[in-house]
Write a protein that binds this ligand. Structure first.
Ligand code: PBG
Length: 323
C-alpha cells in the first residue's frame, strides 16, 4: 500500500524500464504482405496505402531482397492477375502471377520464407472468394478450387500456404490435397477467425478484389462474435492447421487474447490495410506521431497474445528497431 509501494520507482529511467518491460517486439515477429501484378517493370503505389505497391515479379524480387535484408523472415504474397473469370482459373494456373513470383523470389532470395494467400477473390470476375451459385458462394464446390490453388503454390516453391476464404472445411481439403501431391511438409496458416470487416477497404483497392455484388457476410464472421471465433479455431486445428490467425487485429485484441488462452498453436494476427491507412493518413496530416503510434499498435498486438503479425508496417518497424 502507498506510501510503501511506489510504482514510479521502476519507471525512473530507460535502463530500469527496459529491465521490467513485459513485451518485446522484433523483426522476427513480422510477416510483410506484397502484391504481385502481371507485366514487367511495373511499380504502382497504392494510393490509400502509402509505401505499398503493386509490383511485377521482376521489381518484386528486389523488394523481397530489401525485406530480407531488414531481418524480416517472411512475406505473404497476393496476386493481381491479367485475366479474371467466374472460376478464378488464373489462381491455380501454373504460369499464374503468384506462381511465377514465387519461383523468381525463391531463385533470388531462397532464405526468405514465402507464404501465399490462398483465396479466389483476386482472380474471379465477380470478386467473391469462391464458386458462385444462386447469388452466393457455394462452399463445397469452392473447396476443390482452393485445394488446386494451394497445390499450385506448393509446386511453384511456396514454403507455406494461408487460406483466407473462410469456407468451411477448407483446411482439411487443402491438407488432403497437399499430402496427396507430396507436400506433406508444407504447413498451413489458417485465417481461422476472419471477420467481415470494413478495415479491409484499402486492401480491396490494392488487390482489385472488391465484390461486384453483395458482400462477404455469408462467409466471413460477424464482428460481434467472440465465442464463434473459438469454434472456428477449434475446427481448423482439428482439420490440420499448423498456425492460426485472427484478423483484423486492433479492433479484435480481445479475440486474440481469448484464442491465445485457449490454444497452444502459434498465433498470428493480421494488422490489416485499414489499420495501416488510418495511421498513415493521420500522420501525414500531422495529427499524430506515426512512428510512435506504429510501435504502440504493434506492441499491443503482441501483448494481446500474437506470436507474429502480418503487417504493412513491417519494413518501417524493422528499420526503427535496428536503430
Ligand atoms: C482475401 C483477403 C483479404 C485480405 C486478406 N486476404 C480481403 C478480403 O477478405 O476482403 C485483407 C487484408 C487487408 O485488409 O490488409 N480474401
Amino acid at each position: 500500500m502507498f506510501p510503501v509501494h511506489r510504482f514510479r520507482r521502476l519507471r525512473k529511467n530507460e535502463a530500469i524500464r527496459r529491465m521490467v518491460r513485459e513485451t518485446a517486439i522484433s523483426p522476427d515477429c513480422f510477416i510483410y504482405p506484397l502484391f504481385v501484378t502481371y507485366g514487367r517493370g511495373v511499380k504502382k503505389e497504392i494510393p490509400s496505402m502509402p509505401g505499398c505497391y503493386q509490383e511485377s515479379a521482376d521489381v518484386l524480387v528486389s523488394h523481397a531482397k530489401e525485406v530480407h535484408s531488414l531481418g524480416i523472415p517472411a512475406i505473404l504474397l497476393f496476386g493481381i492477375p491479367e485475366t479474371k473469370d467466374e472460376l478464378g482459373t488464373s489462381a491455380y494456373d501454373e504460369k499464374g502471377v503468384v506462381q511465377d513470383a514465387i519461383k523468381a523470389i525463391k531463385d533470388a532470395v531462397p532464405e526468405l520464407y514465402v507464404i501465399t494467400d490462398v483465396c479466389l477473390c483476386e482472380f474471379t470476375s465477380h470478386g467473391h472468394c469462391g464458386f458462385i451459385e444462386n447469388g452466393d458462394v457455394n462452399n463445397d464446390k469452392t473447396l476443390a478450387l482452393l485445394a488446386m490453388e494451394a497445390v499450385s503454390h506448393a509446386k511453384a516453391g511456396a514454403d507455406m500456404v494461408a487460406p483466407s476464404d473462410m469456407m468451411d472445411g477448407r483446411v482439411a481439403a487443402i491438407r488432403t490435397s497437399l499430402d496427396r501431391e507430396g507436400f506433406s511438409d508444407i504447413p498451413i496458416m489458417s485465417y481461422a477467425a476472419k471477420y467481415s470487416s470494413a478495415f479491409y477497404g484499402p486492401f480491396r483497392e490494392a488487390a482489385e478484389s472488391t465484390p461486384r455484388f453483395g458482400d462477404r457476410r455469408s462467409y466471413q464472421m460477424d464482428p460481434a462474435n467472440k465465442r464463434e471465433a473459438l469454434k472456428e479455431v477449434t475446427l481448423d486445428i482439428e482439420e490440420g492447421a499448423d498456425i492460426i490467425m485472427v484478423k483484423p487485429a486492433l479492433a479484435y485484441l480481445d479475440v486474440i487474447a481469448a484464442v491465445k488462452s485457449s490454444f497452444v498453436l502459434p498465433l498470428a494476427a493480421y494488422n490489416v490495410s485499414g489499420e495501416y491507412s488510418m495511421v498513415k493518413a493521420a500522420a501525414a496530416s500531422g495529427w499524430i506521431d506515426g512512428d510512435r503510434i506504429m510501435m504502440e499498435v504493434l506492441t499491443s498486438i503482441v501483448r494481446a497474445g500474437a506470436d507474429f503479425i502480418l503487417t504493412y508496417f513491417a519494413k518501417d518497424a524493422a528499420g526503427l528497431l535496428r536503430k
